[in-house]
Every structure is written in C-alpha cells, then in structure tokens.
Design a protein around this ligand. Structure first.
Ligand code: FE2
Length: 337
C-alpha cells in the first residue's frame, strides 16, 4: 500500500516542495492550505497515514487544528501528526508534545530531513499497527483454543453417562441465555458459559457404575453422587486465573430454600451464577431422556419451575426460564439426539 501523507501549510512554496519530495519518493501526498481545509478533508475522506501540520497559520493555528481534529476522531483511531515549526516557536515543541504530536520538522525544511522523518514515522506507525493487530488476533485464537479445550473436557465428562450427551454444552447455553436476559455484560456472559460447561466436572470422581446404574440408587451410591460438586469445586479451584470458575461446580446443587448440597446455603448466600446454573441444569435434566424415564412434556417442565420458585429455584431466574419456555413455542430447547 502506498503511504498517504497530508501536508497542511499556508505557504505555497513549502506545499509545492513537500509535494514534490514525497511524490518522487513514491508516496501519495495531498496538500491543503489551512486547518479548516484539513478538518473538512478528514470529515469526508479516509484518514491518511500521517499529517504534516504547520503551527503558524492565519485564522486557525496548528495547535487548534490538532485539538479539533482529535475531537473528530475516535480515541483508538487517531491520525499521527508531525508539526512543522519555525525556529522562533520556542515553546512550540513542548506544547505540541503535550497535544500528542509524534515528531517535529524544523523550518526551513531540508528535503532529505523531511523525507527521512516521514519515512521513519510511516514505517513506525505501520509496525505498531500490525503488532497491535497480531496481538488481537493471537489473543482471540488463544481464547478460542481455551474454549474448545474446555468444551471437549465437558464432552468427556458427559460421555461417562450414556444419557447425558451434550448436557454440559446445553446447560452452558441456557445459563448464558438466562444471564443475558438478566442483563449480564459480554465478559460475564462468557464467564458463566464457561462455568456452565464445567459445572459437572466433579463427576470425573464418581464411579461409572454409579452414574450409569439404572433404577434407584442405594444411600451409599447417592452419597457418592452428592460428592461431585465438592470434587468439581476443588478441581476448578486450582485455576487461579479465574477464581469464580469453581463456584458453578461447587454450588449448582444448592437449593434456594437451603435444602440442597453440599453446604445447604440458601437464598442469596448461594453465588448468583450457581443459582442460574441450577435452573439451567434442572431444565436440561427434565427435558432430556434418562435411563429410568423419557423427557418430560414442556407443560410439565413449566409447572416444575412455577412450583419450584423460591423453594428449589431463585424466583428471579425461574421466572426468566419460564419466559424462555413461553418464547420457545415449538419446544426446540431440549436434547435432540
Ligand atoms: Fe451436577
């Protein structure tokens, strides 16, 4: 891409000289003779790579022009500016730097100095931008990889039970939707999705024959099942970069009335994300087939939430789930395979 440079100066001799030098060097130069013209140009055209801006101009000087330019631009898309200063401008360089100028070129302008300053600056700006883009891209790729690894781990947990195929992914998706309707921001939505994916990670510590046993569990077997929240909380507690991650696993079997496990917490003492996941988890359990029963009808599931409001479930999140069900006229929100 050919670098584009705008030169703003009220002196036509300087404009002509700069235009010749930059064009001869293979750049695209645009010359404008006032700050006002620059602001008009910037309002209507794509921003250049660099602006050379004279300080001493009649009507609007370089400083004011730059201030007004910055007001027009988005904070993360500011066009680099190099000031052209006369030797008489004693404080100009300090003031220019405070305003965010990238560099200065002193008048009278020496052609080689002009060309080298412009070339170096354009190169620096390009490098900086491509580095920023690379960091953004790498970060995104890492996040995607992390999410895929977590989802795969969730699938592995679900695979222990012949009947819970896709359970963790669905619980994650339902939790995200409840939280979105409740007003969570993007970052918190990503977090609760991750917590939902991993809520049952503790099942890794429960023997397969207990998880897959058809029919009623003995007290001893049920005691095993009840350990999975604490086991999951402990496993995820090791991930110090995201301390909240363990909350969903540890507390998703607490009940709003305090009759759940492992700690018997009640009401708002249960972490909010866990109260959301509890609703999503119960919903998916009821709308999926099990070894001992088929999925319940949508109407029966809805009744469970109406009845469970304030006892099993946080009423606010039960209401959101009921609203989600009422929007889901064709009952698509369930296990399909
Ligand atoms: Fe669970």
């Amino acid at each position: 891409m050919i670098p584009q440079v705008i030169i703003v100066d009220d002196d036509p001799i300087i404009l002509k000289m700069a235009w010749n030098v930059l064009n001869d060097a293979g750049m695209k130069a645009v010359v404008l003779k006032s700050g006002k013209q620059l602001l008009e140009y910037m309002a209507e055209n794509k921003a250049p790579d660099l602006i050379l801006l004279d300080i001493r101009m009649p009507e609007m000087d370089g400083f004011e022009t730059m201030e007004r330019l910055r007001e027009m631009e988005k904070e993360d898309a500011q066009t680099p500016v190099i000031f052209l200063t006369g030797s008489e401008d004693e404080d100009a360089e300090a003031k220019g730097l405070i305003l965010g100028a990238m560099d200065f070129i002193r008048k009278p302008i020496i052609k080689d100095v002009l060309l080298l300053r412009v070339r170096n600056s354009v190169e620096l700006i390009r490098l900086q931008r491509s580095l920023e883009n690379e960091v953004i891209e790498k970060t995104r790729a890492h996040e995607q990889l992390f999410l895929n690894v977590v989802a795969t781990l969730a699938d592995a947990i679900d695979a222990k039970d012949a009947y819970t195929n896709g359970h963790s992914r669905r619980v994650a998706a339902y939790s995200r939707e409840i939280a979105a309707r409740y007003g969570y921001d993007e970052k918190s939505l990503d977090d609760i999705y991750m917590m939902g994916l991993l809520h049952d990670v503790g099942k890794i510590g429960v023997p397969d024959e207990v998880i897959n046993k058809p029919g009623r569990l003995t007290d001893e077997e049920f005691a095993y099942i009840k350990k999975h929240p604490a086991i999951g909380g402990k496993i995820l507690g090791n991930i110090t970069e995201m301390p909240s991650l363990s909350l969903g696993a540890r507390y998703h079997h607490e009940r709003f009335d305090g009759r759940g496990y492992p700690e018997g917490l009640s009401g708002e003492n249960i972490p909010e994300e866990a109260r959301i996941i509890a609703v999503a988890d119960a919903y998916d359990a009821m709308t999926s087939n099990r070894s001992y029963r088929d999925a319940l009808s949508q109407e029966r599931v809805r009744n469970q939430f109406v009845e469970g409001k304030g006892t099993q479930f946080d009423p606010a999140f039960a209401d959101i789930m009921i609203a989600m069900m009422d929007d889901d006229k064709d009952f698509n929100m369930r296990q399909t395979n």
